[in-house]
Design a protein around this ligand. Structure first.
Ligand code: TRP
Length: 349
């Protein structure tokens, strides 16, 4: 019989309170600037998560160079991404925020896991096939072994959950396969994380091609809005958004993908329901609607952009955040790496 803890929110089994928080880890490649899509679809939900979970978030710069990067741009984006996360509400005191290349254990465990990941498994990865097709002149070894490094990212921290988007599920499954193989040989070294299905975030599509997801790696002018875009640029992007030959603001993903996408964005920014939005713009045509959506987005992003710009000027602060983050992360990662080195038969230093 569990003992119960009772407070104003109700009764909770005591063991849920006395147990340490479950751990969660996720990484994002700084290979493009964050978009309105990543914000409304994911980052917005991270705020406050630290109350229930022990959260680790990192900038996956090691993964970013599997595709050729401009060094100055990669450096800028890595720091900017950190500033943006903080601006979006991730409290660095309560979350562990770090840069992947600062924690050398990732690359080290990545190599070990390469030796426990099969050529056939890596060849079947959808992302590898897609990226090889897109970068035919640079199908490098890192692009191929990307998933074993990602498995290392995860397994080093023994997390309970790994929140990822649909496109990354296959990588988490491979991580499981590798961990199971390793545990099968050496005993229970790695904990298998459960997939984390976050509260459904809004799925935001491109403004000019509403059948495709709004993507950070697409070229400019492909109907994406960046978190750091100025109000002028945002308004211009929304004025150019595709709608249809109708004039009716009505939600129908199939028949009216452009208008529906704008409604999703407007609903996410204003918390209005689709019915309220339909009523609000009844008989007004698309011009007024697009302006209203643009303005709502400008106001939603304004505090984030302003805070990120302010943080970007405070290099010393950002440096202290990623240094502390790397220290905390290394501490956890090193424990796992030591165990692995011992298991595989490396001589202790
Ligand atoms: N591959 C992920 C992406 O492209 C980024 C990533 C790297 C990641 N390592 C990870 C995500 C570990 C979760 C856990 O989005």
């Amino acid at each position: 019989m569990p003992l119960w803890h009772v407070d104003e929110k109700g009764a909770v089994p005591m063991e849920q309170i006395t147990q340490p928080k479950k751990r969660m880890l996720s990484g994002i490649k700084p290979s493009g600037d964050l978009t309105l899509g990543s914000y409304l679809g994911a980052i917005r939900n991270w705020k406050g998560r630290e109350d229930s979970f022990d959260c680790f978030y990192f900038m996956a710069d090691l993964h970013a160079i599997t595709v050729r990067q401009d060094p100055a741009a990669l450096r800028r984006r890595t720091i900017e991404q950190l500033a943006q996360y903080i601006a979006c509400g991730l409290d660095p005191e309560k979350n562990t925020l770090f840069i992947q290349s600062h924690v050398h254990q990732h690359a080290e465990l990545g190599w070990v896991l390469d030796c426990y990941t099969m050529f056939g498994e890596l060849s079947r990865m959808t992302q590898f096939k897609d990226k090889s097709a897109k970068n035919a002149d640079n199908i490098n070894g890192g692009l191929f072994t990307y998933p074993s490094l990602m498995a290392a990212d995860i397994l080093l921290y023994q997390p309970d959950y790994v929140p990822v988007g649909e496109d990354q599920k296959q990588h988490v499954e491979l991580c499981h396969a590798v961990a199971r193989r390793f545990n099968g040989i050496y005993g229970e070294v790695f904990k298998l994380p459960e997939p984390f299905v976050p509260k459904v975030g809004a799925r935001i599509m491109s403004l000019t091609n509403p059948s495709a997801k709004m993507s950070k790696s697409e070229a400019e002018d492909t109907g994406r809005v960046l978190l750091m875009d100025s109000p002028e640029v945002i308004m211009r992007q929304f004025k150019r958004a595709v709608t249809d030959s109708d004039t009716l603001v009505h939600f129908d993903r199939e028949k009216k993908p452009g208008v529906s996408n704008l409604m999703t964005i407007y609903a996410a920014c204003t918390e209005k329901s689709h019915e309220q939005i339909e009523q609000e713009f009844a008989g007004q045509g698309y011009g007024a609607f697009k302006t209203a959506v643009g303005e709502a987005v400008v106001e939603t992003l304004r505090p984030i952009r302003e805070e990120a710009l302010r943080l970007m000027k405070d290099k010393a602060y950002l440096e202290s955040v990623y240094q502390t983050g790397a220290q905390k992360a290394s501490y956890v990662a090193e424990k796992t790496l030591r165990k692995v080195y011992k298991k595989v038969g490396f001589v202790a230093r």
